[in-house]
Design a protein around this ligand. Structure first.
Ligand code: COA
Length: 289
């Protein structure tokens, strides 16, 4: 996991209206054994890289995903993320069953809590995260995709929560995020039967935002992400925070949070620029301040 100082910095960075310093933290060289991390033109591409095990999430992948999210939080140069799996067969085929097989109640709970914390941190990193689902997204893989803000599915992608077939339940948020995304009835059907669904069905029930041919998956995911990154970054961040926090609030509290964001955004140079650009019939140049 991150050292304490880095975690504290991460908490600070999660604040939507943090005054951005013009001195981004120096990029720390990071080497991962189970992930690929590429940064180009503002987009970090994180690839879970255990194709021989269908990118199953073992303890090292979870730890390294936490470190990668820390980097996303810290580095101002990173404006958005695409998360995918290595190879064409799997996004992530779940938690590593070989590891789970030997666990007892205490380490089982600890494994769930650690994975949940990493996924939650990804969900709250303040920058848009798109899952490019290139194949099987099962169990922890479906849960990882659901912790991302949007999901683009390749035609060959398959989604499911098959944990009950193994005599266990979801541990990385499946029972929590799936009903929020697709509704209680559909979520329970998938959770209780362990049935796998194809990309079109995932799209139909609202689990996937888009279905694209496999060979276009990364390009289409990037196009979607870039269409978000063209917008005011503070406004995007506020939307992420308002939806994330607002879903857990009463209607009136959530509306107040939205109004507070609306007011705060009205004090930003980006809002002046965005409205002025509209009136002057030109493209806005947002600075994130
Ligand atoms: N954990 C650990 N290893 C896994 C894995 C997982 N979740 N999913 C796949 N693998 C491994 C297989 O054991 C196999 O390894 P091996 O070649 O060393 O024997 C390799 O990945 C390829 O998988 P395989 O099952 O041979 O591929 P397949 O095409 O026949 O089937 C799946 C693909 C996805 C249907 C099947 O692998 C599967 O059901 N995986 C488990 C899904 C699951 O239950 N996830 C929830 C876990 S809590």
């Amino acid at each position: 996991m991150e050292d304490t100082a880095a975690s504290a910095q991460g908490d600070n960075d999660r604040c939507t209206f943090r005054i951005s310093s013009n001195h981004p933290a120096p990029a720390r060289a990071m080497t991962f054994t189970t992930l690929l991390f590429d940064l180009a033109d503002g987009i970090a591409r994180i690839t879970v890289n255990r194709p021989d095990k269908l990118n199953a999430l073992n303890a090292t992948v979870i730890r390294e995903l936490g470190e990668a999210v820390g980097r996303v939080e810290r580095e101002n140069e990173i404006r958005g993320v695409i998360l995918t799996g290595a190879g064409t067969k799997a996004f992530v085929a779940g938690a590593d069953i070989a590891e789970i097989a030997g666990q007892g109640p205490i380490d089982g709970k600890a494994r769930a809590l650690e994975g949940q914390a990493v996924f939650r941190r990804l969900e709250r990193c303040g920058k848009p995260v798109v899952a490019a689902v290139n194949g099987f997204a099962l169990g922890g893989g479906c849960e990882l995709a659901m912790a991302c803000h949007l999901r683009v599915a390749a035609e060959q992608a398959r989604f499911g929560q098959p944990e009950v077939k193994l005599g266990i339940g979801p541990g990385y948020g499946g029972t929590v995020r799936l009903p929020r995304l697709v509704g209680k009835g559909r979520a329970l059907e998938l959770l209780l039967t362990g049935r796998m669904i194809d990309a079109q069905e995932a799209y139909r029930i609202g689990l996937a935002n888009l279905v694209v041919p496999g060979e276009k998956l990364l390009a289409e995911s990037e196009t979607l992400l870039r269409s978000i990154l063209e917008n005011g970054p503070l406004a995007v961040r506020a939307c992420l925070e308002a939806v994330d926090a607002g879903l857990e609030m009463s209607l009136d509290q959530a509306l107040l949070l939205e109004a507070n964001h609306f007011g705060l955004l009205s004090g930003t140079a980006d809002m002046r620029e965005g409205t002025r650009a509209f009136l002057e019939k030109r493209r806005a140049e947002f600075k994130g301040v």
